[in-house]
Design a protein around this ligand. Structure first.
Ligand code: ADP
Ligand code: MG
Length: 260
């Protein structure tokens, strides 16, 4: 049974999409079968794995709003073992269109059920909000990975996210866990970064990944080439650290399996 992980933080620009794309690609590189699900109308995860949004007549919108099967919109990417369910700008209507529909919070969960078994990991790239799309992602997931940018006010807004997670646990998905907190865009030349790491660790303790993503020019460039970092520049620091993160995510999963 594949593990479903939502990558979520309602703040924009904290590294959700970069982390979704590169964690997915690194897990695939390590020979796991991975499905990346893009539920951000911006569709940056879709283009980040080399899928041209302009060529898509159907996307996750049709799955969520029109009950199209997830399998029908799933496409292979340039990375072996990695498929994507794309998002296009059409999805921007879904947040409102879903409001009057039946079981609007569980649509993604239901849609993914028939495909989850075919993968080891399903990674969902969430939009920068705590609206219905994010609620769908949290309801469909086993756990949430929270990217936190190493900057002032890093923890600001996280209480709303944690509160939303608690509400989803209470009403929609009892099993939902925090997968881990990922520190992103660390600028090692400043003391600020180190202070933020300390502060986040004080708050989230052992939930914080050892792997800390540095600010890395190659990571910023890769999306414009439609390639995850592991293809674009496998020797870069960005590639090394996302590979380390993938190994931590795999090890965490194994630890939980052993405990149960
Ligand atoms: P989000 O999905 O949370 O909005 P993104 O992953 O899109 O955030 O990142 C925001 C911007 O920062 C993008 O232009 C991305 O390419 C860039 N970026 C993300 N992580 C890094 C990094 N570690 N080093 C350099 N640039 C990064
Ligand atoms: Mg994004």
């Amino acid at each position: 049974m594949g593990k479903v992980i939502a990558v979520s933080n309602q703040k924009g620009g904290v590294g959700k999409t970069t982390s979704s794309v590169n964690l997915s690609a690194c897990l695939a590189y390590l020979n796991y079968k991975v499905l990346l699900v893009d539920i951000d109308p911006q569709g940056n995860a879709t283009s980040g794995v080399g899928v041209n949004k302009a060529d898509m007549d159907q996307c996750i919108y049709n799955v969520l709003v029109e009950d199209l099967s997830a399998k029908k919109v799933c496409v292979p990417t340039s990375v072996a073992n990695l498929d994507v369910i794309p998002a296009t700008i059409q999805l921007s209507g879904a947040e409102i269109e879903l409001v009057p529909t039946i079981s609007r919070e569980v649509r993604l969960k239901k849609a993914l059920e028939p495909v989850v078994d075919q993968y080891d990991f399903v990674i969902i790239d969430c939009p920068p909000s705590l609206g219905l799309l994010t609620i769908n992602a949290l309801t469909a997931s086993d756990s949430v990975l929270i990217p936190v940018q190493c900057e002032y006010y890093a923890l600001e807004g996280l209480s709303q996210l944690l509160n939303t997670i608690r509400l989803v646990q209470k009403h929609l998905n009892k099993q939902l866990m925090i997968e881990g907190v990922l520190l992103t865009m660390l600028d090692a030349r400043t003391n600020l970064g180190i202070q933020v790491i300390d502060e986040v660790k004080k708050y989230f303790q052992d939930k914080v990944y050892q792997s800390v993503i540095p600010r890395n020019v190659r990571l910023g460039e890769a999306p414009s080439h439609g390639e995850p970092i592991i293809l674009y520049d496998p020797k870069s620091r960005g590639a090394e650290v996302y590979l380390d993160l993938a190994k931590e995510v795999i090890a965490n999963g194994e630890r939980i399996r052993e405990r149960n």
